[in-house]
Ligand binder design. Sequence first.
Ligand code: ADP
Ligand code: MG
Length: 388
Amino acid sequence: MIRTLLDAFTARFGPGDAPRLFFAPGRVNLIGEHTDYNGGHVFPCALSLGTWCAARRRSDSTVRLATGNIPRSGVLRHPLGYRARRGSRCWSRYPESVINAFRHAGFQIPTGMDLYYYGNIPSGSGLSSSASMEVVTGAVLRELYGLRVSSVRLAQLGQYAENVYVGVQCGIMDQFASAMGRRAHAIYLDTASLRYEYAPLRLPDSSIVVCNSRVKHSLASSEYNLRRSQCETALAALRTVRDIPALCALTPEEFEALSERIPDPLCRKRARHAVRENARTQQALEALRADRLADFGRLMNESHVSLRDDYEVSCPELDLLTRLAWDTEGVVGSRMTGGGFGGCTVSIVKTEALADFQEKLARVYRERTGLEAEFYTVEAGDGVRRLI
Ligand code: ADP
Ligand code: MG
């Protein structure tokens, strides 16, 4: 793999100084969905899938970029500080946004560079290829220019890049998991304070399986913005009677006692999801610490039901995949993961049941939808790192 990447770098950019090689993982969120912008907890793990970047400094101020993932995409040449026009769909806006975010934060990037990317995360599936690309770019800049940047800061700069320059209002989870992941652990992260702890993912006879539905419904981003504003409306209503920083500051019991104060029933349902999901995420941490995997699985299932019924961000394809999983022997738990309206499900499956699980879901999903689901058995991996 390393050889192939270095050869591809040289084929694109020609001879010169040997590049350094970096890797940043994608992530899957095990539980805690749509809690990040409500001041709650998320519980992702970094993956062994991710994005590599081979990089070297140049002596001029040109940034050359290439990717092994887009056929015939060639080599892009832009001046340092280049900003794609609004609405551009070009892949290079992710890494260039990170360069701009570093410069905006006051870091000195005195020269241009050659950057070659390659990733093995299915793009657009919700496993955060974009965050892994941002974080790997941050690690490149840190190393090439000797910048003093913590890995948490790398995550924040990646999020800033995606929010401000790419224009996607994501939370911090994806970049945080990519920067801070730890092998065989999940990260219990308070998205408001960035306090976090690692929880051992002891899965001696089970595996984490990500199933890509291969659908992405076009309403994803408009519905996402609508959910955010519904939660804000609910929070504003609750604040007339209680001083809380965010919805997830409430326990489910406190929420039930106050929920009548939210006049709109839809906003009430959205808020109920956020509050209960946050409580489930905390219970999931306790379950994992105590090796109660069955409880962890049950919480995953409850999370899906809440996302489907209260938050209404699932879709028929994701509901079908989870229902099939729940009805399969040896499945510990299964839920949609990511923002919703398509993308992936995540399941914990007993190793002996893996083959049957995959065969059955693939077959029935094909029969009912005409689509080919994709399966990835993933492992919790380390966060961003330099390889050579
Ligand atoms: P996700 O982050 O869920 O995978 P996004 O739509 O946020 O989906 O990001 C996917 C986009 O990121 C791709 O369309 C592409 O522009 C960019 N991208 C990610 N990885 C690579 C790569 N290895 N090479 C080029 N572009 C990439
Ligand atoms: Mg993304």
